[in-house]
Design a protein around this ligand. Structure first.
Ligand SMILES: [Fe+2]
Length: 129
């Protein structure tokens, strides 16, 4: 497995654990804060690494921009996680919706954006368009 693939596995695991805790209602506000902080740190570094890799190999601009836009969308929704939890008496309520979104995001983002990048890193840059 490549470094990026290992990071993807860890990323999925972080989100799965959070979804599981929320759906089992085994979570406190302090856990939501800790999970949020961990995800922000992880995603920031991971996205930056992917974006650096794309620049290094002169990845086609449209694909690079779409990939970055998708990362931005994740960070925007992740930012809402804490405000959702804080706005609600019960942190599991609205927070679970956001985590379900983040989990479906990662399952869509992987095949659409990450896999083509991994292929390009392993075998050359895809044809533009
Ligand atoms: Fe990505």
């Amino acid at each position: 497995m490549t470094r990026l693939q290992l990071q993807h596995a860890e990323f999925k695991q972080l989100l799965d654990e959070l979804e599981h805790s929320l759906s089992m209602r085994r979570i406190e506000m302090s856990d939501v804060r800790a999970a949020h902080l961990k995800l922000v740190g992880f995603a920031t570094n991971h996205f930056a690494e992917e974006e650096r890799e794309m620049e290094t190999i002169n990845y086609p601009i449209p694909a690079l921009t779409e990939h970055q836009t998708s990362h931005f969308e994740f960070m925007r929704r992740l930012g809402g996680l804490l405000s959702d939890a804080e706005a609600s008496q019960d942190p599991t309520n609205r927070t679970l919706d956001t985590v379900l979104f983040l989990n479906s995001w990662i399952r869509k983002h992987g095949p659409e954006h990450d896999q083509p990048l991994i292929d390009a890193l392993q075998g050359g840059v895809p044809e533009p368009g």
